[in-house]
Ligand binder design. Structure first.
Ligand code: 5AD
Ligand code: SF4
Length: 469
């Protein structure tokens, strides 16, 4: 029997166990990136099929589920804080506690949970996410503590149930793992080596989403522009479908799917940003012209230490080339401040690149030591207060640039995908531009899930205000 079918049987078994209880609930806390959010949508899909419904309150939940991230230290603090709280809730309500995701691939975290939080019922890792039904079934039946973590690279599993967070925008994971080993990053250790989904499976998923009425697709992977690269280089068999044998051809194929109006993707790596990808973006009308291009540092020496495989100049040249070839291009980026050995002068290079590129959005991170990575073993760690000072300087620069950049929108007409009513003002609608800026405007609720033109009237740092035209 196929492994996924086996799990579907466990889903049925749990549904059977639950058949006399109609009011079973789960609460899920997802940490980290969009890949984790997509994994959580799969976990929610499994739980819903088992007969559980979602609650936002752990107090009301029969199952408390954590999908963890370990990219930075603050996620650990958050998990352990929540577990402390859940101990009390479990004593009162008998809640089943399950923890999965990236952090569970780290032995020191498992040891800490075993020692300090022995009441946790199920632990599963990134490669065993598909086995959550089986693990939960065993925990429910035997009342024993289940640990199901493996270290080998996971296979790619198709056909798991999924319950998506939105009915307008959907994420589609196109590849798993990472082969880059940037020296600050834990991801390659917890997510394993790169492996891509079959083109046919991705295209059929997007077609299905289009049929269901989804308008925007975000393609996900740790390194999306090396989609199918390992397969091609190592002669790992895959089936070409609709001409797809690379990231560029995948973009072109998805661009042809009727009903889908916007295509985004995160994250590409600058070193793999080949001309065919740039050309595919330029000539595919549905591919948004906001490209996320992680910089990490603007200094060539720091980039080398980070194992990023490009220099400051190569990054700037790539941006120049992209700007020339892709009309209306906007860029966002990730930056780490305070990588080991980074000096004040080297940090200036990061500010310099930010000044030159004028990013639409910058995700800023303070370097966080990750056990097991080369960065953690480097002797010249930057003191916390210096990291914070640099972070604040970068933040100031970025915010001043955002303000300036927002001015450019005022008076323009923007295509906006309307996503719903505004959280802060239910009389207003909210949507996003191609460049992912939030636009708030007055309009009829019928406009939700439609692409409309809005005239931008004013800017307010984190959002724009528009009017229908
Ligand atoms: N410390 C700080 N930021 C990190 N990132 C990855 N690892 C670390 C770390 N150890 C950031 C990178 C990456 C983003 C997802 O998280 O900027 O692009
Ligand atoms: Fe981490 Fe670098 Fe891989 Fe991104 S490319 S997941 S930063 S190792």
């Amino acid at each position: 029997m196929k492994k996924v079918d086996e799990q579907k049987n466990y889903i049925k078994e749990i549904k059977d166990l639950n058949k006399n209880n109609k009011d079973l609930k789960y609460c899920i806390l997802t940490m980290g990136c969009q890949l984790n959010e997509n994994d959580s949508e799969k976990l929610c899909g499994m739980l819903e099929e088992m007969g559980y419904t979602k609650t936002d309150n752990f107090e009301d939940a029969n199952i408390a589920l954590f999908n963890t991230c370990c990219v930075r230290e603050n996620a650990e603090d958050k998990l352990f804080g929540k577990l402390g709280e859940l101990k009390r809730i479990k004593e009162k309500n008998g809640t089943i506690i399950a923890i999965g995701g990236c952090m569970m691939q780290e032995q020191h975290i498992i040891d800490k949970i075993k020692q300090s939080y022995p009441f946790v019922d199920v632990i599963f890792g990134t490669h065993t996410l598909y086995r959550f039904p089986e693990d939960l079934f065993k925990a429910l039946q035997t009342k024993e503590k289940i640990k199901d973590v493996i270290d080998i690279d996971g296979e790619v599993f198709e056909g798991l149930p999924i319950k998506r967070d939105s009915n307008i925008k959907a994420s589609v994971t196109i590849m798993y793992g990472c082969n880059n080993f940037c020296t600050y990053c834990i991801v390659p250790y917890v997510r394993g080596r790169e492996r891509s989904r079959e083109p046919r499976d991705i295209i059929n998923e997007v077609r299905e989403l289009a049929k269901e009425g989804y308008k925007e697709i975000t393609l996900l992977g740790q390194n999306v522009n090396s989609y199918l690269r390992v397969e091609r280089e190592k002669n790992i068999p895959f089936e070409e479908y609709e001409g797809v044998n690379s990231f560029a051809t995948l973009l072109r194929a998805i661009n042809k799917i009727d009903g889908i109006e916007r295509i985004r993707f995160v994250s590409p790596h600058p070193k793999d940003f080949t001309d065919d990808v740039i050309d595919a973006i330029a000539s595919s009308d549905k591919v948004c012209k906001l490209i996320h291009l992680p910089l990490q540092s603007g200094n060539t020496k720091v980039l080398k230490e980070m194992n990023r495989k490009y220099t400051k100049e190569q990054y700037l040249d790539l941006v120049e080339k992209m700007k020339n070839k892709i009309p209306n291009l906007t860029l966002s980026t990730d930056i780490i401040v305070g990588f080991p050995g980074e000096t004040d002068e080297e940090f200036e290079d990061t500010l310099d690149v930010v000044r030159k590129v004028k990013f639409e959005q910058v995700y800023m991170f303070i370097y966080s030591r990750r056990v097991g990575t080369p960065g953690d073993r480097m002797p010249n760690q930057v003191p916390e207060e210096i990291k914070h000072k640099r972070f604040n300087r970068l933040k100031e620069l970025v915010e001043s640039q955002i303000e300036e950049n927002n001015q450019k929108y005022v008076g323009t007409i923007q295509k906006v995908l309307v996503e719903g009513t505004s959280k802060n003002n239910p009389n207003m609608l909210t949507g996003r531009t191609d460049s992912n800026k939030v636009v708030i405007f007055e309009g009829d609720k019928d406009l939700i899930n439609k692409m409309i033109d809005l005239k931008i009237e004013s800017e307010h740092m984190w959002y724009l205000k528009g009017v229908s035209i």
